[in-house]
Design a protein around this ligand. Structure first.
Ligand SMILES: [Zn+2]
Length: 367
């Protein structure tokens, strides 16, 4: 071996451990191959909630917008600590691909306690725009698992700080209060709107970050009327207006968060109206996505709430006959409806809520 060959060999020996180190997968080594991802979560929406709303809408099950998606499957929802999950652990499983204890938001618990990279953060790091929309207060468990990291879902101030200072979704539309303030959002560079009218006239060219803080808690139930506050579909459509501007695409999580609350109260009419608003929202999202081959839409749930059983329909516009078995969550499988890019593949691979993450993000081949 001549001098130059020796030098090359020496360099290789020095650099090899570096190559090995670089090639070990870390949480940031993921990429999202599809341009746009819209993940829509009905909190507490099991098969029976969908069936009950279908009976009310048309007199027969199967009539909701997302039930016409070309692919569907179902998935298990247990958490690391319980066969019956809460929203924090379930949303963490979907957002990070990892099972955590009930109440935990995207931290490795049980385990090291380190932050787990979320789909929203992976999308942001790829240059995509990101958004969280919910009918619950903005810092509630489901959106929080995508944009914050906390040992407890009750740490509202810390969740708000993570949104505004760390994950920085371009769109944060949901109920106000609970850690979110207009002053702090504006100080963090967000344009803030507080009513339906302000949302309607929001100039999407006026900035890059938008915070909708509607009311001081969860948004009203659909059945009770929204007053001067937006409905889920209003927020979702405005979010799409803003996010679609990004040539790199976007990640958007939309949550119908109050199906769960009506389930806890065994309140059938409000439960049905929340599911129907979710169905209307999906219909409008589908109109937006029509003809776009680079978009994946997933409609699913984090868990079922109430142990609902539909015993029979009573015609369109009339509440079906049902029974409830609990005022808590249950561990039954939840449905997954799939539309667009990669939907067929996901229908084959999604069996557990962690598979939502691995179905959307894949290990980066660029390294
Ligand atoms: Zn609940």
């Amino acid at each position: 071996m001549n001098k130059s060959g020796e030098r090359k060999c020496f360099l290789l020996m020095i650099l090899m451990p570096v190559f090995i180190l670089i090639s070990c997968p870390s949480p940031t080594d993921y990429e999202i191959p599809v341009r746009n991802v819209i993940l829509i979560i009905g909190d507490g929406m099991g098969e029976e909630q969908v069936k009950a709303a279908g009976y009310y809408l048309s007199g027969a099950p199967g009539s909701l917008s997302f039930e016409s998606f070309p692919y569907r499957t179902e998935m298990t929802t247990h958490s690391a600590s319980s066969s019956v999950t809460d929203s924090a652990a379930a949303a963490t499983a979907m957002a990070t691909g990892r099972k955590v204890n009930n109440g935990v938001l995207s931290l490795e618990l049980p385990g090291s306690g380190e932050s787990l990279m979320t789909l929203l953060e992976i999308a942001r790091d790829e240059g995509k725009s990101t958004g969280l929309v919910s009918t619950t207060s903005m810092t509630h468990a489901t959106p929080a698992a995508f944009g914050a990291h906390a040992a407890s879902r009750d740490f509202k101030d810390s969740i708000a700080e993570d949104y505004l200072g760390s994950s920085r979704p371009n769109v944060l539309f949901g109920g106000g209060g609970n850690g979110m303030t207009v002053r702090e959002a504006e100080a963090a560079g967000y344009l803030v709107c507080e009513t339906l009218e302000e949302l309607s006239v929001l100039d999407s060219d006026a900035g890059a970050y938008f915070s909708g803080q509607f009311g001081v808690d969860h948004l009203p139930y659909q059945y009770d009327g929204a007053g001067n506050l937006p409905e889920l579909s209003d927020m979702a459509l405005r979010a799409l207006d803003i996010l679609e501007e990004d040539p790199d695409g976007f990640f958007l999580m939309i949550e119908a968060g109050r199906i769960d609350h009506a389930g806890h109260s065994n309140d059938l009419v409000r439960n049905i109206f929340e599911v129907l608003e979710l169905s209307d929202t999906v219909e409008q999202v589908l109109d937006w996505a029509d003809g776009q081959e680079d978009t994946l839409i997933i409609v699913t749930a984090d868990h079922e709430t109430g142990g609902l059983s539909v015993l029979g329909g009573n015609g369109a516009g009339v509440l079906p006959t049902v029974s409830w078995s609990t005022t808590g969550h249950t561990g039954v499988n939840v449905p997954v409806y799939l539309w667009g890019y990669g939907a067929e593949q996901l229908s084959l691979t999604v069996r557990d809520n962690t598979d939502i993450f691995s179905g959307i993000a894949e290990e980066s081949r660029g390294l």
